[in-house]
Design a protein around this ligand. Structure first.
Ligand code: ADP
Ligand code: TRP
Length: 326
């Protein structure tokens, strides 16, 4: 039996953070490395163009995203890792899909509605974002799409669009993909308690300098309870971040420290910092090494791009015939 297909992308719009790691990257790394899937993991540089306006920045952030994935343990022998733009067939499929969705349907997308509500300008690329993402997912025949909770609607759009195509051309061409969202980490809080996001600048980067890491941890927002007071861990941002790194046993003992009192926020932050430094051991060195000499990553992306393109082209040669372009 052929393996199930995993597809997941991440936008290179800034350095990756722990929200990205626990919400999406970790699932991609664990599932790909299990060898149970045919895995396509890519850096969504076409999607990044909706906001990034500097070529050097986009190139650098693309390399940094790949370096982060590798440093975090992605098994390169079990995954096709590539740049979205190495497969221009996805933009071709996007154009075909564009003709099957209506404006009112696209106007229901959360990302679009949020921007409209804030009176922000929405470029056409941003408006079409979910259709490009559907093309990403469907062109490789994804069964599962590991993402954080905020991407759930986008995977639903991919399912809808697969259905629209299948009905329009009266053929069972596209499989309906499923999202894979791990509820316990679906929305990790940032240092201010809101969802961790580059957009809110409340994120903790995976591989920033030790000094910046310390600064971020020390600026986690807390209430003004004194060290002696008993504290509710579930209402505490330090705990909510720290618990993700702990075994069940360690977690129990951390909860007890908060609940028993005598555990001040300075100490709680110092301990979180130590945990983060320990998590970074080995990984940070690997990351620094990879970004210092980009030749390894550039080669890898070239090979990955070729494999992904081959798979996408197989699909597109069928699609072009179905729609009458060939
Ligand atoms: P950001 O909000 O920082 O711009 P992205 O939108 O680029 O992050 O998200 C990349 C991936 O990481 C997506 O799958 C998203 O769902 C996941 N993700 C981002 N932030 C979080 C978070 N705070 N908790 C869980 N998952 C997250
Ligand atoms: N929109 C996703 C994000 O912001 C990135 C992405 C692009 C993606 N294409 C994808 C994720 C396909 C999963 C599958 O994180």
């Amino acid at each position: 039996m052929s393996k199930k297909i995993l597809v997941s992308g991440i936008k290179p719009t800034g350095r990756l953070h722990f929200g990205n790691y626990f919400g999406a990257m970790k699932q991609n790394i664990d599932l790909s490395s299990s060898g149970e899937f045919e895995s396509y993991v890519f850096i969504a540089d076409y999607h990044a163009l909706t906001t990034v306006r500097n070529g050097d920045e986009l190139r650098t952030q693309t390399i940094e995203a790949v370096a982060s994935y590798i440093a975090c343990g992605l098994d390169l022998s079990k995954v096709i890792l590539f740049k979205q733009s190495s497969v221009p067939q996805v933009t071709e499929l996007t154009w075909i899909f564009n003709n099957l969705v209506t404006m009112p349907y696209m106007m229901r997308a959360h990302a679009f509605k949020d921007r409209e509500a804030k009176n922000e300008d929405v470029n056409l690329g941003l408006f079409d974002y979910p259709v490009l993402m559907a093309a990403d997912i469907l062109i490789y025949g994804a069964d599962i799409v590991p993402v954080g909770a905020d991407q759930k609607q986008h995977v639903e759009y991919a399912r809808d669009i697969a259905g629209y195509y299948n009905r329009a051309y009266n053929i069972d061409e596209f499989k309906l993909p499923k999202d894979l969202i791990v509820e316990s980490v679906a929305s990790l809080p940032g240092i201010d308690g809101q969802k961790m996001s580059k957009g809110y600048n409340n994120h903790i980067e995976l591989f920033c300098s030790d000094e910046d890491l310390k600064k971020k941890v020390m600026s986690i927002v807390t209430d003004s309870a004194s060290p002696e007071e008993k504290k509710n861990p579930d209402e505490n941002n330090i705990y909510k971040i720290h618990k993700l790194f702990l075994s069940e046993e360690e977690n129990k003992s951390l909860r007890a420290k908060f609940e028993n009192g005598g555990y001040g926020y300075k100490q709680a932050k110092d301990e979180l910092f130590e945990t983060l430094m320990k998590w970074r051991e080995g990984k940070k060195e690997k990351y620094d090494e990879l970004v210092a000499d980009t030749s390894f990553i550039l080669n890898l992306l070239k090979e990955g791009g070729e494999s992904a393109q081959k798979k996408a082209e197989e699909k597109m040669s069928v699609i072009r015939k179905q729609v009458g372009l060939q």
